[in-house]
Design a binder for this molecule. Structure first.
Ligand code: ADP
Length: 748
């Protein structure tokens, strides 16, 4: 093989267990490398292919990673390699890389694969020296590749790696599990049966805990935090019995495969079934989900997140110098982060060791605050009935409503707020139809069971409206609040809900009943609200779009076709940009960027050029308000007219399917987390003379409260969108990946 010794070459491999989203990472890594004019090789079948060499190591071009974004698993294959575990195997791997001039690797795998990569890196100089000694490589060649550089991406459905909030595949696995729990719940309810569902996770309870919250399960067992009593069987049976007594028809127990009791004895699904059957006489079934969790198309998150980490890994590995440590590229609350690989692996093993040593407090602590929070919230939510109020505890009358456009996750938030509120001793009042319900006095007290089954239903059971009270209606609303002695208001909703709450807040000096704590929980598919980087509902809408686009693309198998898909979002381009990133769109049109005639002319040329080069399918995503004149129909006609007979152009306006649908686990979990904090906020602020009025949200990775009175400063009240749109910084990545080839040149 001829090699230009000094050229930089990157190898990309997937290794260990496969996970959904690996393809997105491979595609992004390959295209980023090519865009940087770097030659890139896929190493097929993981380390096995690296040891075998030959056809297993193949040079990639722009199109070799086309059409893979939506596919589950990994198209470049993954394997386990016992040879690579031993030095002789790694010696052959080193030779195969060095003779091709590859000395930078993007390794996508679990902690085993990343540990192996690190060992390989440490041994690299020694391995190369040995190969020279044996006469297998020349000194000149090895001199030009003295170091091996590694960027790791964590591909693992378990979400068990330190250094990243989410691993590639965990979100999709969580969806598979939650879908299964939803399906099981309905059959369980029909027969009044109990189901024990075993999910993956030997040392990590992430999937079990989060699917239990998202699926509204009744009990969960995780490795990090075994039941705190020895006779957990009795405790579990008491809670399940109480659930039946208040009318619960379905019972679900989720158990992680590595669950154990305090003494370290495994808790297995069959044993739980036996306990429930013997002690409660329950008809109990066991479902072990197994490989279903690894299967199927990746979720929207696993497509966009994996794409971003794939891009970053290449830039990282190219920027490395001999002093650089190997890095893991991950994500922390929407931001791509880097963390030293060795430390990430060590910390990951430390959690497993803590569990083994029965140091459960330490294991929970190492999982982080939001994991422990989630566990506590789960504990409260599973109770069939609330705690009795403590003597002397203040019982507040708190109103909860949904307002603005319907969004998936509204019901989940209401359910959590009502149950957590009641559990803290408060009286929870449900307001129907948003602020209109305050005007028309549609208010009822809610109890524990009035929200049963609400956690996974789309839409809004309370009803919602876009009504924003004009000044003339404020006295009536004030009178309603006074009549019901409402001492706090939780508004779960989108833009108009925020606007209405803001009106009340701004008028508090004139109406005493408005001088109560008010909190807004961001729930809208548009993700346009101030005070939060992500709103509940947006993830569901993004998944609906991505799934629809998958089908639209499939419909065009045998034709030459360009699609313009119009998505919602009002004036906010979040859905358009993120779905463009997740579905590999050629072009996105946003109101934030504007659309000019020059852009359209360039797009006509781009489309004609690429179809002439053999392209069969093009996808453009247009935000509904991208431009008033250049409508979706206009663009379709323009592109069609200019295409000659080269290709057809079709438009698809996705419409309300984006607002419907059952909330994704991510949206359910966010809704639950935020609702819990909202209740705490209302209770705390009710003690103040000037109670706070806030917008809750996730900002820079933390739950934050922003003053509601700042809304008009933080948002553009005409276009209805927040001024700070963090995701706009992703535009260059989207544009880079959407090119026809490096630097826009189509490849031959
Ligand atoms: P995962 O990467 O999903 O954790 P494994 O633990 O099976 O999966 O690791 C995948 C491959 O990585 C192994 O088959 C082996 O080739 C390599 N590997 C794992 N651990 C090591 C190690 N300690 N040293 C060298 N190679 C390793």
């Amino acid at each position: 093989m001829t090699t230009t010794p000094t050229a930089t070459r990157i190898g990309v491999l997937t290794s260990g267990g496969d996970s959904q989203g690996m393809n997105a990472a491979v595609r992004a890594a390959v295209r980023t490398a090519l865009d940087r004019d770097i030659e890139v090789f896929a190493i097929y079948e993981g380390y096995r292919g690296m040891v075998a060499g030959g056809e297993y190591i193949r040079k990639m071009n722009w199109n070799s990673v086309g059409g893979i974004l939506h596919r589950g698993g990994t198209v470049i294959g993954t394997a386990r390699s016992s040879e690579f575990r031993e030095r002789p195997g790694r010696l052959r791997a080193a030779r195969n890389l060095a003779e091709r001039g590859i000395d930078r690797l993007v390794v996508i795998g679990g902690d085993g694969s990343l540990t192996g990569a690190n060992t390989f890196r440490a041994e690299w100089p020694g391995l190369l020296a040995e190969l020279v000694q044996r006469g297998e490589l020349t000194q000149e060649l090895t001199d030009s590749h003295p170091h091996l550089y590694i960027a790791g991406l964590v591909g693992s459905i378990d979400n068990d790696m330190y250094g990243t909030d989410m691993t590639i595949g965990a979100d999709t696995a969580l969806r598979r599990i939650t879908d299964a729990i939803d399906a099981i719940s309905s059959t369980a309810a029909s027969h009044q049966r109990t189901f024990v569902v075993e999910v993956m996770g030997r040392n990590c309870g992430y999937l079990a805990l989060m699917s239990a919250i998202a699926g509204g399960a009744d009990w969960v067992f995780i490795p990090e935090n075994p039941p705190d009593v020895d006779d957990w069987e009795a405790l579990m049976c008491d809670v399940m019995r109480a659930g039946r007594a208040v009318g619960r028809r379905d019972s679900i127990v989720v158990v992680a495969e590595g669950a154990r009791d305090r003494q370290g004895k495994p808790i297995k699904a069959d044993y739980i079934k036996k306990v429930l059957e013997e002690r409660l006489g329950e008809d109990t079934r066991v479902t072990i989900l197994g490989h279903v969790q690894r299967g199927g198309a990746p979720s929207a998150f696993d497509r966009w997140m994996s794409t971003l980490v794939g891009c970053t890994a290449v830039d990282e590995v190219l920027a490395m110098t001999p002093d650089s440590e190997s890095m893991v590229i991950g994500i922390r609350e929407n931001r791509i982060t880097r963390y030293p690989l060795l430390a990430a692996v060590e910390e990951t093993h430390a959690v497993a060791r803590a569990i083994e040593a029965k140091q459960y407090d330490q294991a929970m602590e190492m999982r982080g605050g939001s994991f422990s929070d989630a566990f506590q919230t789960m504990r409260t939510l599973v109770r069939a009935l609330p705690h009795d109020p403590l003597p002397g505890q203040r019982r507040l009358r708190l109103a909860v409503m949904t307002a603005g456009g319907a969004a998936p996750g509204m019901n989940t938030a209401v359910r959590s707020a009502v149950r957590l509120g009641i559990d803290k001793g408060h009286i929870m009042l449900g307001v129907r139809s948003g602020f209109r319900g305050l005007l028309e006095d549609q208010i009822d007290e809610m109890n524990w069971t009035s929200v049963s089954g609400w956690n996974n239903a789309g839409g809004s059971e309370l009803g919602t409206s876009r009504y924003v009270p004009p000044e003339a209606d404020l006295p009536t609303i004030a009178e309603t609040l006074r009549r019901h002695s409402i001492e706090g208001l939780l508004m779960i909703g989108g833009w108009t809900g925020y606007e209405a709450a803001y009106r009340l807040a701004a008028a508090r000096e004139h109406f005493a009943p408005f001088n109560i704590p008010i909190i807004c929980l961001p729930t809208t598919i548009d993700n346009d609200l101030p005070g939060s980087e992500t709103s509940v509902g947006a993830d569901t809408a993004l998944n609906s779009i991505v799934e629809a686009v998958d089908k639209i693309k499939q419909s065009a198998v045998a034709s030459f076709r360009a699609f313009i898909v119009e998505v919602m979002g009002g004036y906010c381009g979040y859905l358009a940009l993120m779905s463009g990133l997740a579905s590999g769109a050629e072009r996105i049109y946003l109101h934030e960027q504007g659309v000019t005639l020059d852009d359209l002319v360039r797009d006509v040329e781009m489309l004609n050029g690429s179809f002439q080069n053999g392209k069969r399918l093009a996808l453009m995503i247009r935000n509904e308000q991208a431009n008033r004149i250049y409508t979706t129909k206009f663009m379709q006609d323009l592109f069609e007219e200019a295409s000659g007979s080269l290709f057809e152009v079709r438009q698809s306006i996705l419409g309300h399917l984006q607002q419907g649908g059952d909330p994704t686990p991510f949206d359910r979990i966010q809704a639950t987390r935020l609702a819990a904090r909202c209740i705490e906020y209302l209770a705390a602020e009710a003690e103040n003379e000037q109670p706070g009025m806030a917008m809750i949200g996730l900002m820079h990775g933390q739950i934050e409260y922003t003053s509601l009175l700042d809304m008009a400063n933080l948002a553009d009240m005409t276009t209805h969108r927040t001024r700070e749109q963090w995701w706009l910084s992703l535009l260059p990545r989207v544009n880079m990946l959407a090119q026809q080839g490096p630097h826009g040149r189509a490849e031959a």
